[in-house]
Design a protein around this ligand. Structure first.
Ligand SMILES: *Cc1c(COP(=O)(O)O)cnc(C)c1O
Length: 227
């Protein structure tokens, strides 16, 4: 596992240097959905500092089992509003806020927990019907609404592009997310910082880094294929 993570970090560094970026500005999130807590622990022992989970129930057990570990937890799955009350106490970051209803619920739970919840807005750049995320056309108005919710801190955007075998085919979607973040940043909304782009997975993270990713979400390349 240590070798795998080291070689991944080398690839991250190479991609960053290719486009004159500081490799330190790219956070590697190990995605552990469906993998048992022992594997997550192995990943942490091998140097992972950030872990991404997709399902609340599964994450709850793992986070409880790893309560002593110094880990930043990221929720990267689809979140239903009625599950916000579980997500807020568990996760440092929630990447998948895509509606005002969900944002309001997270805000309410964060207030109860006396926490400012860091969030990203998930954008459905491709417009595929099967994908979660706010449409690019509605992203600005959602950001505006979120800026009024005091217990949320919106830090950037996240996307899941369509799947292609060729990572170059994904590049335009990553580029569009970066442009959208810039458009939102230009509005100077209070209480919002467009500094994070959560994009790039096992098959396309190098292209994502070239297009500005600050958080890459890697499962298969670290933990192997999922069932
Ligand atoms: C599963 C998952 C990943 C990791 O995908 P890999 O291709 O296994 O690296 C990243 N992001 C999200 C939202 C996921 O659900």
């Amino acid at each position: 596992m240590k070798d795998i993570i080291e070689s991944l970090r080398k690839r991250i560094q190479d991609a960053a240097i290719r486009c004159n970026r500081d490799p330190g500005g790219i956070r590697l999130i190990g995605v552990t959905k469906t993998k048992p807590v022992e594997r997550v622990e192995e990943g942490i022992a091998a140097g992972l500092t950030d872990i991404g989970e997709n399902y609340i129930q599964e994450a709850r057990d793992k986070i409880a089992g790893l309560s002593g570990a110094d880990v930043t937890w990221h929720f990267i799955g689809h979140l239903q509003s009625n599950k916000a009350k579980y997500a807020v106490p568990l996760f440092d970051w929630i990447h998948t806020v895509d509606s005002l209803k969900l944002a309001r619920e997270i805000n309410k739970q964060a207030e109860k927990q006396e926490k400012v919840q860091k969030i990203l807005m998930e954008v459905n750049i491709s417009g595929e019907a099967s994908k979660a995320g706010v449409s690019p056309d509605n992203a600005l108005s959602l950001a505006d609404e979120i800026s009024r919710l005091p217990d949320l801190s919106l830090r950037g955007l996240m996307t899941m592009p369509p799947f292609f075998d060729d990572p170059e085919a994904v590049r335009p979607y990553f580029a569009q997310l970066r442009k959208l973040a810039r458009t939102i940043a230009a509005q100077c909304l209070p209480n919002i910082r467009m500094e994070e782009l959560s994009m790039g997975m096992t098959g396309d993270f190098e292209v994502a880094i070239e297009e500005g990713a600050t958080m890459i979400r890697i499962g298969t390349a670290i933990f192997g294929a999922r069932q």
